[in-house]
Design a protein around this ligand. Structure first.
Ligand code: NDP
Ligand code: 8X3
Length: 250
């Protein structure tokens, strides 16, 4: 029987690419995000290949998360794979000058949102004695950089939550994979710099950045690995990147 994956942040970037990779592998999809028109266009692209449904919610809204996931029809309830991908950086600023609304968006979305979605789904995985959770962390969760402390802290929390989930869930037959990408060319920098296209483009200039599909390939590998294999933690950097902020540009 085909597996069911719920992917948060499926409207763009890594989440959308993962949806495309999963559809190619025959995995049915519950696609989540806040931008309805973007979700609809992903559905239009993939519904020929697999069954697809959507849930529209902001991961920061606890009630909306639980209402959306409990509202799933019976045929969609037995989720096999959860991809905790929704998240962003908001701003790049020092701790004395940073915008506290940006901090709220990062901590509430990247950390608490991931927790709410996980809590809504983990009981089903435990009851079914199987499943796989993939948390999208970042190299920024392993290495702190100047002016990025709050984003880095939010991703360091994801790293710890991946470990905590693995410690608690392995006994129930559930795998947990932490994926920590480096510089991936998505809408990430456009969001971080609040729509400033020129500044966002500069992030990816002078080297060949990772593409969202590179990360999706890794995620698909992890969820397709044999039962005896748990891909626990993977860092994927761009070829010209040796650390979070060390990138060799031409
Ligand atoms: P994008 O900006 O392209 O995608 C972010 C996705 O998250 C969108 O689908 C967005 O959907 C969703 N999202 C953001 N905030 C919320 C929210 N509050 N509620 C619901 N959905 C939300 O960036 P990426 O694809 O690059 O980012 C995906 C993940 O990868 C993030 O967790 C990011 O931190 C991580 N990452 C990215 C790297 C990069 O260099 N790009 C490197 C390392 C990690 P919508 O707006 O429709 O809600
Ligand atoms: C995104 C990668 O290094 O820009 O998590 O923070 S980085």
């Amino acid at each position: 029987m085909s597996r069911i994956a719920l992917i948060t942040g499926a409207t763009s970037g890594i989440g959308k690419a993962t949806a495309e990779a999963f559809a190619g592998a025959g995995i049915n999809l519950i696609l989540c995000g806040r931008r309805q028109e973007k979700l609809e266009s992903v559905v239009a692209e993939l519904a020929q290949k697999v069954k697809v449904t959507t849930l529209l919610f902001d991961v920061r809204d606890k009630k909306a998360v639980f209402d959306a996931i409990t509202s799933l029809p019976e045929e969609w309830k037995n989720i096999d794979i959860l991809i905790n991908n929704a998240g962003n950086a908001h701003g790049l600023g020092s701790l004395d000058e940073g915008d506290t609304d940006d901090w709220d968006a990062m901590i509430d979305g990247n950390v608490k949102g991931l927790l709410y979605v996980s809590k809504a789904i983990i009981p089903t995985l435990i009851a079914n004695k199987k499943g796989h959770i993939v948390n999208i962390s970042s190299v920024a969760g392993k290495q702190t950089y100047i002016n990025g402390a709050v984003y880095c802290a939010s991703k360091a929390a994801v790293e710890v939550l991946s470990e905590g989930m693995r410690l608690e869930l392995t006994q129930h037959g559930i795998k947990v994979t932490n994926v920590a990408p480096g510089a991936v060319e998505t809408e990430f920098s456009l969001v971080r710099f609040k729509g400033d296209e020129e500044r966002a483009e500069k992030v990816y200039q002078g080297f060949d950045p990772l593409q969202a599909s590179d990360i999706a390939d890794m995620i698909l590998y992890a969820v397709n690995a044999p039962a005896r294999v748990m891909i626990a933690d993977v860092t994927i950097l761009a070829g010209a990147q040796s650390a979070a902020t060390t990138i060799y540009r031409k």
